[in-house]
Design a protein around this ligand. Structure first.
Ligand code: P6P
Length: 337
């Protein structure tokens, strides 16, 4: 029997979610199946990306402009539809809100109040696709509160502490999925030969301090003075290394595993920065806090921010506790006790 013992190497994503709950409750089964569907979306997107340049609809733009006023990449459009298809007739999720859709998408059948809502950025960092660099998908899971008759999903305009779970899929040298349901942060690698995300690290903790800072210094002259002061301070520190890929998921994944700090601050004319709260900053903030790190706007914890609309932006300063604390001393000096 020994030779058939499937050790840790066979802990699949769905099975791991079940193992997070002591009992096999309805919630455990629902969330296990839900994460399995996210895994399916990830596998489908990874397969499509692997054919960039030779399959249709991977590289290039659709010719449309999305709600953000950005050119829609073919991959944004494709990945958005993959998530919608993964949850239709699943009975798990009744509403999906995405960076690519002005309004949420409602799945009509058997959707009682309290069913889950998926908030997601289907492809984040899409400018990297056409040059074969890492990109990601980001997701957050919430429960629908109230019957949302207006279709404006006002119950989503609550703080990130209402998130049931969150995570990302990183399409990099390998395809990895990292998630939390509030019980630690866990990482999986896709084995395409069996089509499963297999656990490779459980209860990941971010180093308390790191030597990496990740920010687009091309924006330096658009920043307010405090952030410029902080970056000048970093330049004078020995041993700090600049790493910036242009894809949020890749940059955050590096910070999660190696420590340090990522910043997308506000700038002149864009005081709220560029990143979206509900499906970029808040899910990543939940995940990094679960790993023992911190995420702030510079003056407020990301998870406490209450959005006034679906596509609200916030500045994001996120990473190791020690690094975020130093940045905060420049950005919100009054806060440091
Ligand atoms: P910039 C990609 O467009 C994205 O939304 C994030 O993935 C990334 O962190 C950021 O924008 C990059 O923006 O202005 O530095 O190119």
């Amino acid at each position: 029997a020994e030779e058939f013992a499937l050790g840790r190497d066979f802990m699949t994503l769905s099975q791991h979610v079940l193992s997070q709950f002591g009992t096999f409750s309805g919630e455990a089964f629902d969330l296990s199946a839900l994460m399995g569907r996210i895994g399916l979306a990830g596998k489908t997107i990874a397969r499509h990306l692997s054919l960039a340049g030779i399959a249709e609809n991977v590289l290039g733009v659709t010719g449309e402009v999305n709600v953000q006023g950005e050119a829609v990449k073919k991959m944004d459009h494709y990945a958005n539809r993959v998530f919608l298809r993964a949850f239709e007739q699943s009975g798990l999720v009744c509403r999906l809100a995405s960076e690519e859709m002005e309004k949420p998408y409602y799945i009509p059948e058997n959707c009682p109040v309290g069913r889950y809502t998926l908030l997601y950025d289907p492809i984040d960092g899409s400018s990297n696709i056409d040059v074969n660099l890492a990109i990601g998908s980001i997701f957050a899971i919430r429960q629908q509160e109230g019957n949302d008759e207006s279709g404006d999903a006002l119950d989503l305009l609550q703080s990130g502490r209402k998130q049931v779970g969150a995570g990302y899929i990183l399409f990099g040298t390998s395809t990895m999925l990292v998630y939390t349901l509030g019980k630690g942060v866990h990482a999986f690698t896709l084995d395409p030969s069996i089509g499963e995300f297999i656990l490779f690290q459980e209860n990941i903790t971010i180093p308390q301090e790191g030597s990496i800072y990740s920010v687009n210094e091309g924006n330096f002259w658009q920043w307010e003075e405090p952030i410029r002061e902080y970056i000048r301070y970093i330049h004078l520190q020995k041993g700090m290394s600049a790493r910036y890929s242009g894809a949020l998921v890749a940059d955050i994944h590096r910070i999660l595993f190696q420590g340090g700090i990522f910043l997308y601050p506000g700038a002149l004319g864009h005081p709220d920065g560029k990143l979206r709260l509900l499906y970029e900053s808040a899910p990543l903030a939940l995940l990094i806090e679960q790993a023992g790190g911190r995420a702030t706007t510079g003056s407020e914890e990301i998870l406490d921010v209450i959005p006034d609309r679906l596509h609200t932006r916030t500045p994001l300063i996120i990473g190791s506790v020690a690094n975020v604390k130093v940045a905060e001393s420049f950005l919100a000096p009054s806060k440091i006790s």
